[in-house]
Design a protein around this ligand. Structure first.
Ligand code: 4NP
Length: 147
């Protein structure tokens, strides 16, 4: 799961997918990263932690890290939140196989729409609620598709 800062959207997606994978007894390796390294080492934004907690998901232990070229070797699927993340991640791809791993996450719900998960960082709490609900829908679809 990849966003810009790895403190709002991608840790939410990461925690939600881990929660659902555990529920289904799936032995998946799930992680998240940011295309911008400025928040490296930080826990998720307190507003992201709070909205996840409200829906029963703990993301307080996650730690931000930058996306790396090596992630293409570690992971089969790389979900990005918006088109800017998509471009930044693709810049680090080595070949077509790497490129094919990258997908806008809301395309699993609405294929081909390229709908972004809006960046809630500069907004209010409602933004985080909306983002949680979007990511919950997408992660449910991912689990049903890939399990
Ligand atoms: P995220 O949100 O990409 O969902 O983690 C942001 C976090 C930090 C910044 C921007 C977006 N920032 O500019 O520091």
């Amino acid at each position: 799961m990849v966003c810009l800062g790895n403190i709002c959207r991608s840790p939410l997606a990461d925690g939600i997918l881990r929660f659902k994978a555990k529920r289904e007894n799936l032995d998946w390796v799930i992680d998240s990263a940011g295309t911008y390294s400025g928040h490296q080492g930080e826990n998720p934004d307190p507003r992201a932690i709070a909205v996840a907690k409200k829906y029963g998901v703990d993301i307080s232990y996650l730690v931000a890290r930058p996306f790396s070229k090596m992630d293409f070797d570690e992971f089969d699927k790389i979900y990005v939140m918006d088109s800017s993340n998509y471009r930044d991640v693709l810049k680090l791809a080595s070949d077509e196989l790497d490129e094919q791993k990258v997908e806008m996450i809301m395309n699993v719900v609405n294929p081909g729409n390229n709908q972004p998960v809006p960046d809630p960082y500069f907004g209010g709490d409602e933004g985080f609620d909306e983002v949680f609900k979007m990511l919950d829908k997408a992660c449910e679809k991912i689990v049903q598709q890939l399990k």
